[in-house]
Design a protein around this ligand. Structure first.
Ligand code: ZN
Length: 133
């Protein structure tokens, strides 16, 4: 298993990690398979979405922050219930097919680490699994 270490800089943030993941796939030498991307945190997530126009990630973040406000009628004493809820909604993993030694992402797709309770030091776990074809 490989790890990507990240430092986030805002309370909420979508950080693109496509190139780091692609580098790990390339270094693995695996031509066909699956790349499993996993976040071992309860207040962060992983999503795949458009990386061409930065307004998309801004809109995703703004909508999540509006839908799940930081201050709500929460019971979690740590004060970061909104971050836990966002993590569960977005999810903590993604699986991307590998074809011809590359991530088989769509033209406009990128992989994003989602910070919901930053700024913090974070990790992403990457497991590259070989298949026969
Ligand atoms: Zn908490």
């Amino acid at each position: 298993m490989q790890k990507i270490r990240l430092q986030t800089h805002s309370r909420t943030e979508l950080l693109e990690i496509t190139q780091q993941v692609e580098n790990i796939v390339h270094a693995s030498g695996i031509q066909e398979g699956i790349c499993y991307v996993y976040v071992p945190h309860t207040t962060a997530g992983i999503t795949i979405n458009e990386n061409a126009d930065p307004s998309v990630r801004r809109d995703i973040l703004n909508t999540l922050n509006k839908t799940i406000p930081f201050d709500g009628n929460y019971t979690h004493a740590e004060g970061n219930a909104a971050a836990h809820i966002k993590s569960s909604l977005v999810g903590t993993s993604a699986s991307i097919p590998i074809s011809a030694s590359k991530l088989a992402l769509g033209t406009w797709q990128g992989i994003f680490f989602c910070e919901f309770d930053g700024p913090r030091s974070r990790e992403v776990f990457i497991q590259v699994i070989k298949s026969e074809a």
